[in-house]
Design a protein around this ligand. Structure first.
Ligand code: XMP
Length: 527
C-alpha cells in the first residue's frame, strides 16, 4: 500500500495540539478507551505496548494510558512496556493489567486475586485525589481481572478499595502515575467519564479543544497540500464512509475530484439513482457510473459458494474500476474510506502499514498495482465520528445514518445462485424492511436491517390455490462494533407489517421468517 502524506507518521499528520496515546496490551477495550478520550475532545491514538520512550517523544503526548490485557505480569511472555516511560514526566493512567504492570515496575506486588472479579463491583474511595474529584465516596465500577495488586511500596498511595480488592486505585507519590484496577471506559462504570476527564484535564492539563470541525479544516488543508493540482479518484458505494471521503475531497479540491460508481447489479433498490442524485445534484462532482450489471451477473452465473462469490466480485470490481480510471486523465491519487478500526484491526497502527487488512476490507478494496498514491483522510476516525463529520460537511442525515452495506452487496444476501429475477425479489423485500423500520422510527436505533432471500421454497396457500414459493428472512441487529451483535427485539406489530407487506407486494414470496440469532455464534450476514 503506498503512503501519501495523509498517512505519514502521527507526529507529521498535522492534527494540531494535544494528544493522548493508549498503549495496547491486548485489551478488548483499547478502542473504547480511545473513543472515551475523544469524547472529552482530546485527540487519542492507540499504539503498540512496546513503543519506546524515545518514540513516544516524537508524538509529544500530553498523557499515556496503559490499557488492560489478558496476561499476568509474572508470566515470562507477558507484554511489557519500556520502563523509561514512567520517568518521562508524562502523566500515566494505568488501567487493570496496565496498573499491575506499573506497580510491578515501580514497587508493588501482583498476585492472583483470592476471588476473580468479573462484572459490577462497589468501590469505596478513601482518598479523593485529583483523579477522583467530584465522585461520591462510594460508586459502582466494572471489574474484569484474575490478578490484582496485593501490596504496594511506600512510593504509592492507595486511593480506593472494594470488598475483594484492597488496592483498587493508586497514585504514585512522586511520579504522575495513576493506577485503576477497574475499567473507567465502560458504560457500567457510571463515573468513568469523570475519572477520565479528571485525568485528561486536571492531571494532563489538556484543554479539550479537539473538534471534528478542526479536523475537517485541517484535513482539507492537508489534502490540498498533498494533491496540488493533480486529480483524485474516489470510488463511491453509496455507503457512509466513501460518501464522507468524497464530500471532504469535494470541499478540498472541487473540480479535481472524479468519482466512480460501479453498478454491479447487486445494489439495493434505487441505489444508483440515489448516489447520482447526491453526487451530481448536491455535490456537483464529476461522477462516472460504470454500468456493469451484466458483466457481474454473467461471471457469477452458477456460483453458490459465498467466498467464491466474494472473490469474483472483488476481481471484477477491480477490473471495472481500473478500466474506468484509465479514462480519467491526470489521476494520481486514489481516495479510500479506511477508518481507524480498520487500521487497528489490520495491525497497521501497531505493526506498520505493510500488515494485512482483514478479508472483509480487502473485498472491494483496490490493489496497489493500480499505481495510485493513496489518500485515506478518515483513517484517524471512528464510525460515529465519520457520521458527525459527514453532517459537518453538509451531507444529508439520510445518507450519513445509512446502515452499513457489504462490498459484495446483495450477492451475500441472495443465498444460492445469483440471477436477476431473484435479486429483484430480494431488492423489493429489502426495501420494504428498511421502509417499515424507518416508518416505525427505529432505523437509527438499529445497526443493520435487511432481507435475505433463502434458497428454499415452501408450500403456501393464496386464495384457493396452493403456492410453492420463496422464503425471505428478515435480519435486524443491534451492535456498536459489528464484532458482536444481538438480534433486535422489534415490536411484533412491526414484524407483522413487514411480513404482510412482503407477502402481498413481492411476487414469488409466500413466507417470511425473522432471524433471532446473535453474533456469535451466528454472523450478521447469512453468507
Ligand atoms: P458479519 O457477517 O461478518 O458482518 O457478522 C460484520 C459486518 O461486516 C459486513 N460485511 C462485509 N462488508 N465486505 C464488506 O465490505 C464483505 O464481504 C462483508 N461481509 C460482511 C456486514 O454487513 C456487517 O456490517
Amino acid at each position: 500500500m503506498s503512503t501519501a502524506a495523509t498517512t505519514a507518521p502521527t507526529a507529521d499528520r498535522g492534527i494540531s495540539g494535544e494528544r493522548v496515546l493508549v498503549l495496547d496490551f491486548g485489551s478488548q477495550y483499547a478502542q473504547l478507551i480511545a473513543r472515551r478520550v475523544r469524547d472529552q475532545n482530546v485527540y487519542c491514538e492507540i499504539v503498540r505496548h512496546d513503543i519506546t520512550a524515545e518514540q513516544i517523544k516524537n508524538h509529544a503526548p500530553s498523557g499515556l494510558i496503559l490499557s488492560g490485557g489478558p496476561s499476568s505480569v509474572y508470566e515470562d511472555w507477558a507484554p511489557r512496556c519500556d520502563p523509561a516511560i514512567f520517568d518521562m514526566g508524562i502523566p500515566v493512567l494505568a488501567i487493570c493489567y496496565g496498573m499491575q504492570l506499573a506497580c510491578d515496575a515501580l514497587g508493588g506486588e501482583v498476585s492472583s486475586a483470592p476471588a476473580r472479579e468479573y462484572g459490577r463491583a462497589h468501590v469505596r474511595i478513601s482518598n479523593h485525589d485529583t483523579i477522583f474529584e467530584g465522585l461520591p465516596p462510594e460508586t459502582d465500577v466494572w471489574m474484569s481481572h484474575g490478578d490484582q495488586v496485593s501490596t504496594v511500596s511506600d512510593a504509592f498511595l492507595p486511593l480506593a478499595q472494594t470488598s475483594t480488592c484492597p488496592i483498587a486505585a493508586v497514585k504514585h507519590r512522586t511520579l504522575p502515575v495513576y493506577g485503576l484496577q477497574f475499567h473507567p471506559e465502560v458504560s457500567h462504570t457510571p463515573e468513568g467519564g469523570t475519572v477520565l476527564k479528571n485525568f485528561l484535564v486536571s492531571v494532563c492539563g489538556c484543554s479539550g479543544k479537539w473538534r471534528l470541525g478542526d479536523f475537517a479544516r485541517e484535513s482539507i488543508d492537508r489534502i490540498r497540500a498533498v494533491v496540488g493540482d493533480a486529480r483524485v479518484i474516489c470510488g463511491l458505494s453509496g455507503g457512509v464512509d466513501s460518501s464522507v471521503v468524497a464530500a471532504l475531497l469535494h470541499q478540498a479540491i472541487g473540480p479535481q475530484l472524479s468519482c466512480i460508481l460501479v453498478d454491479n447489479g447487486l445494489l439495493r433498490k434505487d441505489e444508483q439513482q440515489f448516489v447520482i442524485e447526491q453526487f451530481t445534484e448536491h455535490f456537483k462532482t464529476n461522477l462516472h457510473v460504470v454500468q456493469a450489471e451484466e458483466r457481474f451477473l454473467s461471471e457469477l452465473a452458477g456460483v453458490t459458494e459465498p467466498q467464491e462469490k466474494r472473490r469474483i466480485i472483488g476481481r471484477v470490481f477491480i477490473e471495472c474500476f481500473r478500466a474506468e480510471a484509465a479514462n480519467i486523465e491526470d489521476a494520481r491519487f486514489l481516495a479510500q474510506g479506511t477508518l481507524y478500526p480498520d487500521v487497528i484491526e489490520s495491525g497497521a497502527a501497531v505493526d506498520g502499514p505493510a500488515a494485512t487488512i482483514k478479508l472483509h476490507h480487502n473485498v472491494g478494496g483496490l490493489p496497489e498495482e493500480l499505481g495510485f498514491d493513496l489518500i485515506e483522510p478518515l483513517r484517524d476516525l471512528f464510525k460515529d465520528e465519520v457520521r458527525r463529520l459527514g453532517i459537518e460537511l453538509g451531507l444529508p442525515e439520510e445518507l450519513v445514518w445509512r446502515h452499513p452495506f457489504p462490498g459484495p452487496g446483495l450477492a451475500v444476501r441472495c443465498l444460492g445462485e445469483i440471477v436477476k429475477p431473484r435479486l429483484d425479489v430480494l431488492r423489493e423485500a429489502d426495501a420494504i424492511v428498511v421502509e417499515e423500520i424507518k416508518a416505525a422510527g427505529l432505523y437509527r436505533q438499529t445497526a443493520q436491517a435487511f432481507a435475505v432471500l433463502l434458497p428454499v421454497q415452501s408450500v403456501g396457500v393464496m386464495g384457493d390455490a396452493r403456492t410453492y414459493e420463496d422464503a425471505i428472512a428478515v435480519r435486524c441487529v443491534d451492535t456498536d462494533d459489528f464484532m458482536t451483535a444481538d438480534w433486535s427485539h422489534l415490536p411484533y406489530e412491526l414484524l407483522a407489517r413487514i411480513s404482510t407487506r412482503i407477502i402481498n407486494e413481492v411476487k414469488g414470496v409466500n413466507r417470511v421468517c425473522y432471524d433471532i440469532s446473535s453474533k456469535p455464534p451466528a454472523t450478521i450476514e447469512w453468507e
